[in-house]
Design a protein around this ligand. Structure first.
Ligand SMILES: [Zn+2]
Length: 144
């Protein structure tokens, strides 16, 4: 157990004051694995060199002592990522409900909301900002 205690002490000394792991680093490692897998098919030297940058950057970030800068990078990354995932989530929902609902974007607050596909003009309140919006739904071409 002496060995484990020494190993633990070394580990704590190594990581003391260092930034450590975050979601950006985790995703850099995941990207590295994905690129490595894809390169089984492409067999590109450039891609394999570029993919090495991902774990390199992640390890450098982990052992960085500029904790404030690294956590700012992570926060910005998460902001961009959430915009990106929101974009695809709303597209997926639009596709899933395409037969029963129509989606609109509020011109006031740019929130998305859906309206049942009932032909005609409707006035709906934006669920986020409450502004009244006029929507027009045409009768479906292949009405059942
Ligand atoms: Zn709104």
């Amino acid at each position: 157990m002496q060995f484990l205690a020494e190993l633990r002490a070394k580990y704590l000394k190594l990581t003391d004051g260092k930034y450590g792991m975050d979601k950006l680093n985790r995703d850099l490692f995941i990207l590295w694995v994905i690129l490595g897998f894809l390169n089984n098919f492409f067999r590109s030297r450039i891609l394999s060199l570029v993919s090495l940058l991902f774990p390199l950057v992640a390890v450098l970030r982990m052992f960085s002592t500029a904790v404030y800068k690294r956590s700012n990078e992570n926060r910005k990354y998460l902001e961009i990522k959430s915009k990106f995932t929101e974009f695809f989530k709303i597209r997926y929902r639009m596709f899933k409900d395409r037969k029963t609902h129509k989606y609109y974007k509020c011109k006031n607050c740019s929130a998305y909301f859906r309206v049942k596909r009932k032909p005609g003009e409707h006035y709906v309140d934006c669920p986020k900002c409450g502004k009244e919006i006029k929507v027009k739904i045409r009768a479906a071409k292949n009405a059942e």
